[in-house]
Design a protein around this ligand. Structure first.
Ligand SMILES: *[C@@H]1O[C@H](CO)[C@@H](O)[C@H](O)[C@H]1NC(C)=O
Ligand SMILES: *[C@@H]1O[C@H](CO)[C@@H](O)[C@H](O)[C@H]1NC(C)=O
Ligand SMILES: *[C@@H]1O[C@H](CO)[C@@H](O)[C@H](O)[C@H]1NC(C)=O
Ligand SMILES: *[C@@H]1O[C@H](CO)[C@@H](O)[C@H](O)[C@H]1NC(C)=O
Length: 118
């Protein structure tokens, strides 16, 4: 019984991993800080696949733009019916990053994106 239970727990954990649509790149490092964050929602009807592009650009006129260390795209839709987040340009160890968000067919999405760097 105990074996069955723990197997079930593992299966549920794996399922949660597959269905959690949050995505992340890189890792937090000592001395990094939040460079930019935004919550992006697209529930526009009647477009079947909603999209949005999030862009982090280095601050204008800074001599040494920070390098990106960690990017988190947190899916705020917790029922497994959230969207998808893909890094399409820049990213870790670069001074800019562009993340493209998209929805499942006929659903919306709600992501919070955080970009850290130093
Ligand atoms: C929502 O997604 C549609 C389809 O990609 C796009 O045309 C529209 O501009 C998006 N709206 C917002 C608020 O991002
Ligand atoms: C960013 O990384 C480049 C290449 O590794 C390095 O030359 C530069 O000094 C770094 N910038 C900062 C602000 O640490
Ligand atoms: C998006 O998710 C955030 C965090 O859960 C929530 O505070 C916000 O109200 C949501 N926005 C919409 C339009 O659902
Ligand atoms: C970013 O730079 C660090 C330190 O230089 C290195 O360890 C890491 O592999 C690099 N990561 C990527 C994705 O380039």
């Amino acid at each position: 019984m105990r074996t069955i239970l723990s197997t079930l727990v593992v299966l549920l954990a794996v399922t949660a991993l597959i269905y959690a649509d949050s995505n992340q790149w890189g890792r937090r490092v000592v001395g990094d800080r939040l460079l930019q964050s935004a919550t992006i929602v697209n529930n526009s009807l009647p477009v079947p696949i909603k999209t949005a592009v999030f862009q982090y650009l280095p601050p204008q006129g800074s001599a040494r733009a920070p390098n990106v260390t960690y990017i988190l795209a947190r899916d705020n839709v917790r029922n497994g019916l959230g969207g998808f987040a893909a890094l399409i340009s820049g990213g870790i160890n670069q001074t800019h990053a562009t993340v493209k968000l998209s929805s499942r067919p006929n659903l919306g999405f709600n992501f919070t994106i955080e970009v850290y760097g130093r």
